[in-house]
Design a binder for this molecule. Sequence first.
Ligand SMILES: [Cu+2]
Length: 157
Amino acid sequence: MKRCAQLIWMLALTFSVDVRAGPGHMHGAPEGAPSQAGAPGDAHAVQHAVELAMYDSMRYAPSTLTVKRGQTVRLLLRNQGRLMHEIVLGSADEIEQHRQAMRRDPSMTHGAASMAHVAPGGQAQIVWRFAQAGTVHYACLLPGHYEAGMRGRIEVR
Ligand SMILES: [Cu+2]
């Protein structure tokens, strides 16, 4: 599975476009890579919806969420700032791998269902099924954002 994820990153790097090009850039392939954090959910099976705001103070609100194991959740992301923000969902390892990839190429595209860029004033959603009990992390990995504290946790019980 690791190798598969690496391949996806390599492809993403190959086809990267500039995120500053505007809100029209593409991301959100129909399927995300399977993850310890769960898997893309079926929009018709949503059991729980959560709004997650993104601020230029490099914070998400809320920064901690609790969901039930096995639940399909709609995360509605609203960027309340004037800067681009993103969300990447994953295990601690996945977040770290992505952080390093973003450091090498901050303009990389986000093709997986577990991540989204959200333009200033805009919104996006992720439908995700949290399959396992544990902690799933979310983070904004645009340069400097994570380091400034733009991250949160989802406790799956
Ligand atoms: Cu951000």
